[in-house]
Design a protein around this ligand. Structure first.
Ligand code: PEP
Ligand code: MN
Length: 340
């Protein structure tokens, strides 16, 4: 971190600030005195340096971070990719391409079990399904809650697919004990109390990007989970809010290579929520693969027209199978091209 001081800063003020910085944040402070102004360079672990505090000091003119404010999620301190492995042999982040598929909401045993069997057959390695649903309207279907979790487990027993499902409250963590990957939805990306509680458990967390959050804020949320000691975090790009209305969200495709460069955590993409339209899912899914994603989360419903949530963006099992086949071929071509 570099701090530029105001031109009229006295020597006494400089010493006071330097000592305060060293004592407060355990960093070493180097000083360069120029003709016009004095510049301080903070050396050491600056992740805990509170930029607001620095800005608030009277003699400070400008502050600039040269190092990212996150450490555990930072590729600089952990160059190798984080790889997650599951008891059934599934992996995420090892160069393979995983498919998580299933309905937006778990609706019934028959629905979830039949979709699970079909997406497995098509090549999915994880089953998604919402039991607790974050809906814009309190009058919309809120999910089957605990019963939905039980139905997901029934589908796992029938297919062997690990299950991914969203948590909405820290008070529900015990109910999620038997879930394979806990999803934090876009709306809860900055629910810091929830993130802190998820940091205390040892279970993979799929952290979706917030509707209106920067990449740095998103990685900082992963840092919250990791700071608690849980380093199994998967990031999921699911589109952000922009002025564009032709799609449900704007799919920030470039976030995939940006995050992969900044962090060692696996990054997957969700073209279903990113576009909101089933017809756009296949092309965006393929684009995400080409952008370097470690996998995809895709909504699949046996009867999209009658789905209790997100029917318009859900693929039928048949459409999903077609896409999965194309993705397999594209992945082979991608690996071959990248190895050249
Ligand atoms: C979901 O996965 O069904 C969901 C609600 O996603 P998001 O948090 O990305 O909106
Ligand atoms: Mn959904």
């Amino acid at each position: 971190m570099i701090i530029v001081l105001k031109p009229n800063t006295t020597k006494e003020q400089l010493i006071l600030l330097k000592t305060a910085l060293e004592e407060r944040f355990a960093v070493t402070v180097n000083t360069w005195t120029g003709v016009e102004s004095t510049v301080l360079g903070l050396i050491g672990d600056t992740t805990a340096v509170d930029e607001d505090w620095v800005h608030a000091q009277e003699v400070v003119e400008k502050v600039r971070r040269v190092q990212e404010p996150y450490k555990k999620a930072n590729r600089k301190f952990h160059p190798d990719n984080t790889v997650l492995t599951f008891p059934g042999g599934q992996t995420i982040g090892d160069g393979s391409f995983c498919l998580m598929a299933g309905p937006c909401s778990v609706e019934s045993e028959e629905q979830i079990c039949s979709i699970a069997a079909q997406v497995k057959e098509a090549g999915a390695s994880f089953l998604r399904g919402g039991a607790f649903k974050p809906r814009t309207s309190p009058y919309s279907f809120q999910g089957l809650k605990g019963e939905g979790l039980d139905l997901l487990k029934a589908a796992r027993r029938a297919t062997g697919l690990p299950i991914v499902t969203e948590i909405m409250s820290a008070s529900h963590i015990d109910m999620f004990e038997n879930v394979d990957i806990i999803q934090v939805g876009a709306r809860n990306m900055q629910n810091f109390e929830l993130l802190k509680q998820l940091g205390k458990i040892r279970k993979p967390i799929l952290l979706k990007r917030g509707l209106a959050n920067t990449i740095e804020e998103w990685i900082m949320s992963a840092e919250y989970i990791m700071a608690g000691g849980n380093d199994q975090v998967i990031l999921c790009e699911r589109g952000i809010r922009t002025f564009e209305t032709a799609t449900r969200n704007t799919f920030d495709l470039s976030a995939i290579p940006v995050v992969k460069k900044l962090s060692h955590l696996p990054v997957i993409a969700d073209p279903s929520h990113a576009t909101g339209k089933a017809g756009l899912v296949p092309s965006m899914a393929m684009a995400a693969l080409a952008a370097g994603a470690d996998g995809l989360m895709i909504e699949v419903h046996n009867d999209p027209v009658h789905a209790l949530s997100d029917g318009a963006q859900s693929l039928t099992p048949k459409q999903f199978a077609e896409l999965a086949g194309r993705l397999q071929a594209l992945k082979r071509a991608y690996d071959e091209i990248m190895a050249r």
